[in-house]
Ligand binder design. Sequence first.
Ligand code: SAH
Length: 326
Amino acid sequence: MDQGDKAFRGNQVYEWLWQKSAHSFDVMTNLSKETRGLLREYFVINHIRVDQMQRSKDGTIKNAVRLHDGLVVESVLIPTANRTTACVSSQVGCSLDCKFCATARLKRMRNLNPDEIYDQVVAIDNESRLYFNRPLSNIVFMGMGEPLMNYNNVLKAIDKITSPAGLGMSSKRITVSTSGVPKIIKKMADDGVKFKLAVSLHSAIDEIRTSIMPFNATFTLTNLREALQYWYNRTKSRITYEYVVWEGINNTQRDVDALVDFCKFAPSKVNLIEYNPIDDGKFQQASKTALDRYVGTLEENGIVVTVRRSRGKDIDAACGQLANKH
Ligand code: SAH
């Protein structure tokens, strides 16, 4: 500070903001009244506020998070027997236009800044301690928005999450999920990031993928594949493909074979996600027979496949359902 205060005051304020997530200068009780007054006069703390918290019958918690300018994003706490996972948002709305996702129906308003991302994580860590008596263990960037279209801020938030002065969490417990922006995937590899990469694939056939994820017309599977090979060569980190199987869209043997081929380009595993309906439209979860065909064929080809059941559906907290309904 230019106001002639002692340097250690700076460290005290830093601790309040970083480690204790203080929302006001008034709580900084180890500072003098005068210092607090000065801080109030010269600075604002743009903190987030959990406006509404909904709890699902399966334990999942969804937060409606109000930002300093009044916009709202959602984040989700997903408890399992021995983990608590935070699913956080990176943008208000989304820049992409995936036909099966509720968030895509919201206009992209703006990117979240690093603190707005970090604070969602802190809020969920607090809830995890309060309701489950344990700290947060994992983070997935699978909330609202396309993290790679807000890459710099996501990276800064992750730096803070992993920093000992922040939450001190391991990067290995963080997964960034993307629809696949080839240029940024390569940049991440060059940056030597240590978190995990998940790619929302949903089809390994260009015309089908473009029909459900229109940005695939620009960032084609060939570009994506090339970027993923680059990623693997540099990071040696296995890629997870997220994949939903829909009736009449990607449920044939040709679709499965295309996925198997795609998986051969770089070490990877497949996560088959249950579809969470967002309306009565053209997307319907495929039959069990179709899912079994995917699992069977992938396994025969030595590809690890898991089937992910959705959590928090009753409160619209599951994948693809985040749409600020309330
Ligand atoms: N923009 C990032 C993060 C978004 S959501 C991305 O595209 O990866 C996380 C996952 O939920 C993505 O794999 C997304 O494709 C999937 N998803 C979107 N809508 C869904 C729905 N209605 N049911 C199930 N999964 C959905």
